[in-house]
Ligand binder design. Structure first.
Ligand code: 4AD
Ligand code: MG
Length: 473
C-alpha cells in the first residue's frame, strides 16, 4: 500500500495548472462506460458542477468485480496520476493506480442518468443535492450566504442574533406558529375558558418569530448599523411558488438612515449579490441559463447596469389605473388604499418599468404599527415611509421602511392597531431614550435565490421546504 495522501476536491483537480503524479479523489460515480481494456468513470464530489474523468485500466487487480460494483451512485476512492486529457471536453483526467468501491449503489438508486423533473426530485429531497440542478442551487445558496455577511461586514454592520422564540408579532398579521409545552388535549384554562399561558413554559404566549426587526432596532439604536440573517416562520396558508412557512430573512437596520438611504442600501445590496454570483458561481449560472431560464444572463446583466426605478404607491396606482383604461384586466381591484397584488407588482416591474422598481409611501392603513407616518398628501390621504422592491419574474423580494421615531405618533399607531403598550414597552423605550430616525428592510433569501438562479419554485431553493401540508424530512 502506498503512503496516505490527503484528498483533492474535483473542483481543484479540474482547475489544476500542472499535472500531478499522485492525487486522491473521493466521490460518487456519475456514469461508467466500459471499453475493451479500460473503463471511463465520471466521478463527482459535489465541489463543482462537472465531474472528473477517471480511467481505470483492466490490468488493475479485481478489475471486473470493481467495475461491476461501480454503478451510478456508488461511492469510490481513486488514487492515480492527473494527466492532460486526450479526449475533448475536459482539460485533465485521472489514470487510476488504486481504485476502491467504498459504498455500493444498486439499480434502485433513483438518480440514474436521465432528466428528472423538479417535482420528482422534490420527493427525494434527501438525494436531490446529488443532481446537477440541485448541487448548483445549493452551491449558489452557500456562496450568497457568505456574500451577505461580506456586504454588511465590509460596511461596518454588526451581525446580531435576534431570538427565534418571541412574544411579539412584528408584522401584526397574526400568522405566527405557537410555541407551547402545554398539553393540547387538556391545557390549563382561565375562568373564561381561554388557555392560561401563564402556566406555559415562558409564563406567556410565545411563537416562532416572523421577523427579527423589532429586536434588531434595539441593537441599531446602540451599535448604529446591524443586520440579522436567520430563519423566519409564517403560518400563512398561501400555497404559492413564492411562499414558504420557514424561510431565511436578512434584515439590516441602521440608525440615522432615512427612507431614501434605505432604498439605496437595498439596491446596492441586491446588486452586490448578483455581481458576487456572477463572479463566483459562473459555472452554475451558465448551467441555469441553459436549463432553467434562457434569459438569465441577460436579465442579471440588465439589473447590474441600470439604476433601479422608484415610484410612489400613488403613482403605481395611477399606472395600474391607466393600464386598466387601456384594456388591461385586473383580477384584483386597483384603487388607492388597496394592497398591490402579485399581478400588479409583476406588471410594474415586468411590463411598465421592465426593471427592478422600488414602490414607496404606502397607505397608512395597509402597514404595521412601526412605520413612520408621512404628512397627509394634498387630498388628505395618509401614507407611511414603506418601500417594497419588486423584481421581474418574482415580484416583492424586499420589504422595508423608515421606522416611526416619535413617541406620540408611535403610541397612536399602536392604539389604532389595538396593541397594548405594556407588551412592547421595551420597543417604546427606544423612542423615550435618545430616539433617532432609523430604517431597515428584510430581504427574503429564497426569493433572492430564485431571482439569481431562475428557479421558479421556492421549494427548489431551500434544502427541505416547509409549506402548508408538507414537513417531510
Ligand atoms: O415584507 P416583509 O413581511 O417585511 C418584514 O418582515 C419586515 N419586518 C422587514 C424589515 O423591515 N426588517 O418580509 C420581508 C421579505 C419579503 O419581501 C419577502 O422577500 C420575504 O421576506 N418573505 C417571504 N419569503 C418566503 N416565504 C414567505 N412566506 C415570505 N414572507 C415574506
Ligand atoms: Mg412585504
Amino acid at each position: 500500500m502506498t503512503a496516505p495522501i490527503s484528498r483533492t476536491l474535483v473542483k481543484d483537480a479540474r482547475n489544476a495548472d500542472a499535472p500531478s503524479d499522485d492525487i486522491l479523489l473521493q466521490g460518487w460515480v456519475r456514469t461508467r462506460r466500459d471499453a475493451k481494456t479500460f473503463s471511463f468513470i465520471e466521478l463527482g464530489d459535489g465541489s463543482c458542477l462537472k465531474g472528473m474523468q477517471v480511467i481505470v485500466n483492466a490490468a488493475l487487480p479485481d478489475y471486473d468485480a470493481l467495475m461491476h460494483r461501480s454503478a451510478t451512485g456508488a461511492s469510490v476512492r481513486v488514487r492515480g496520476k492527473l494527466v492532460a486529457s486526450q479526449g475533448a471536453g475536459q482539460k485533465w483526467e485521472v489514470l487510476a493506480s488504486e481504485y476502491e468501491v467504498v459504498g455500493d449503489a444498486d439499480a434502485t438508486y433513483p438518480l440514474q442518468k436521465k432528466g428528472h423533473t423538479p417535482e420528482f426530485l422534490r420527493e427525494i429531497a434527501h438525494l436531490r443535492p446529488r443532481s446537477n440542478l440541485f448541487g448548483a442551487v445549493f452551491r449558489v445558496r452557500s456562496r450568497l450566504a457568505y456574500a451577505i455577511h461580506q456586504f454588511f461586514q465590509e460596511r461596518g454592520f454588526f451581525y446580531v442574533h435576534t431570538p427565534i422564540i418571541t412574544a411579539s408579532d412584528c408584522e401584526g398579521a397574526g400568522e405566527m406558529f405557537g410555541v407551547s409545552v402545554l398539553d393540547p388535549a387538556k391545557p390549563p384554562r382561565n375562568p373564561d375558558g381561554s388557555v392560561d399561558y401563564t402556566k406555559d413554559f415562558f409564563g406567556k404566549k410565545t411563537s416562532l418569530t416572523v421577523s427579527g426587526q423589532l429586536e434588531g432596532e434595539t441593537f441599531a439604536c446602540a451599535l448604529s448599523n446591524i443586520y440579522t440573517f436567520g430563519p423566519t416562520f409564517r403560518a400563512e396558508n398561501s400555497n404559492t411558488t413564492r411562499h414558504a412557512a420557514e424561510f431565511w430573512m436578512v434584515e439590516p437596520e441602521a440608525a440615522f438612515l432615512d427612507l431614501d438611504g434605505d432604498m439605496q442600501l437595498a439596491e446596492d445590496f441586491v446588486k452586490h449579490l448578483v455581481r458576487d454570483a456572477k463572479t463566483h458561481c459562473a459555472e452554475e449560472l451558465e448551467f441555469f441559463g441553459k436549463f432553467t431560464d434562457k434569459g438569465l444572463a441577460e436579465r442579471l446583466d440588465f439589473v447590474l447596469e441600470r439604476p433601479f426605478q422608484r415610484c410612489s404607491y400613488t403613482q403605481a396606482i395611477e399606472i395600474l389605473t391607466t393600464a386598466a383604461s387601456a384594456g388591461r384586466k385586473w383580477e384584483h381591484p386597483v384603487a388607492w388604499g388597496e394592497n398591490l397584488q402579485s399581478e400588479h407588482e409583476r406588471y410594474l416591474s415586468e411590463e411598465h418599468f421592465k426593471c427592478p422598481v422600488t414602490v414607496y409611501n404606502y397607505p397608512r392603513s395597509l402597514k404595521p404599527f412601526y412605520l413612520k407616518v408621512n404628512p397627509p398628501d394634498a387630498a388628505g390621504r395618509e401614507t407611511v415611509c414603506a418601500m417594497d422592491l419588486l423584481v421581474p419574474g418574482i415580484g416583492e423580494i424586499i420589504g422595508g421602511s423608515q421606522r416611526e421615531e416619535r413617541l406620540d405618533v408611535l403610541r397612536e399607531n399602536m392604539a389604532r392597531q389595538g396593541l397594548a403598550e405594556k407588551d412592547y414597552s421595551w420597543y417604546v423605550d427606544l423612542r423615550r431614550y435618545g430616539t433617532v430616525p432609523h430604517s431597515g428592510f428584510g430581504l427574503g433569501f429564497e426569493r433572492m435565490l430564485m431571482f439569481v438562479t431562475g428557479v421558479s419554485n421556492i421549494r427548489d431553493v431551500i434544502p427541505y421546504a416547509r409549506t402548508p401540508g408538507n414537513a417531510e424530512f
